[in-house]
Design a protein around this ligand. Structure first.
Ligand code: ADP
Ligand code: MG
Length: 241
């Protein structure tokens, strides 16, 4: 579903992604891990053109990722993204946050958008909060709204960039549970996270990014259990308690 071919990215003199080549299959959950600054966010952000690349090629579901405005609209409709910071609109209700893009971009009628949004809010366990404003919700609840908002555009791929890193520990599980459910429903997901329990349980595949390269690519069991790569051992030693 996604092809990344010999992609390079520099920020000034800093070579942030080095000749990255990989594929992501439909229906698979790929967990991307690696030290801070290794290029994980940059890789994710390039897939929906929040970031450009210097050379190489990226194709998402048949759409060439480039600056062509038509391609870009198609791409953004196919690829949903959830960030560490939820970025909900504070002046809009939960329901309005979820219906905004379908109404504005997809020109969906209010009744239809509302009905679809309520279904999604039910799915993330927040139907009862539809008419509240984001400030009235906990961080975990806000992140679940952000997931529902992204799903409202009916993406074919969902990108998650450290979706639980800004949350208090007791709220991490409720967000991971929603993501787990989404994975079970067959969504293609790329998830940058330090949650190794999630990676092991939900991931079909682990990508370990090291200094702008994919240093290891394997199913979780192999990744965690047969680990003889010293850099990965050092990385896991730092985050697994
Ligand atoms: P990760 O998500 O793995 O922590 P990033 O992809 O955010 O890493 O960043 C990779 C490297 O690129 C880091 O050294 C970071 O400082 C640098 N970088 C990221 N975004 C920018 C930017 N917009 N301008 C300059 N440097 C950047
Ligand atoms: Mg990052």
């Amino acid at each position: 579903m996604i092809t990344v071919e010999r992609v390079n990215k520099h920020f000034g003199p800093h070579h942030v992604l080095r000749d990255v080549t990989t594929h992501f299959n439909a229906g698979e959950v790929t967990v991307i891990i690696g030290a801070s600054g290794s290029g994980k966010s940059t890789l994710l952000r390039m897939l929906n053109r929040l970031e450009t690349y210097d050379s190489g090629r990226i194709v998402v579901d048949g759409i060439e990722v480039n600056d062509d405005a038509k391609q870009l609209d198609k791409l953004r409709a196919e690829v949903g993204m959830v960030f560490q910071q939820f970025n909900l609109f504070p002046h809009l209700s939960v329901l309005e946050n979820v219906t905004l893009a379908p109404r504005r971009v997809r020109k969906m009628k209010r009744e239809e958008a509302d009905a679809k949004a309520m279904e999604l809010l039910d799915r993330v366990g927040l139907k009862a909060h539809a008419h509240k404003h984001p400030f009235a919700l906990s961080g975990g609840q806000q992140q679940r709204v952000a997931i529902a908002r992204s799903l409202a555009m009916q993406p074919r791929v969902m990108l998650f960039d450290e979706p639980t890193s800004a949350l208090d520990p007791e709220m991490v599980k409720e967000v991971l549970d929603v993501m787990k459910q989404l994975a079970k429903s067959g969504m293609t997901m790329l998830v940058v996270t330090h949650e190794m329990g999630f990676a092991r349980e939900v991931g079909d595949r682990i990508l370990f990014v090291d200094k702008g390269c994919i240093a290891y690519d394997a199913p979780p069991a192999q990744f965690f259990d047969a680990q003889d790569n010293p850099r990965i051992r050092a990385f896991l030693g730092q985050i697994v308690h």
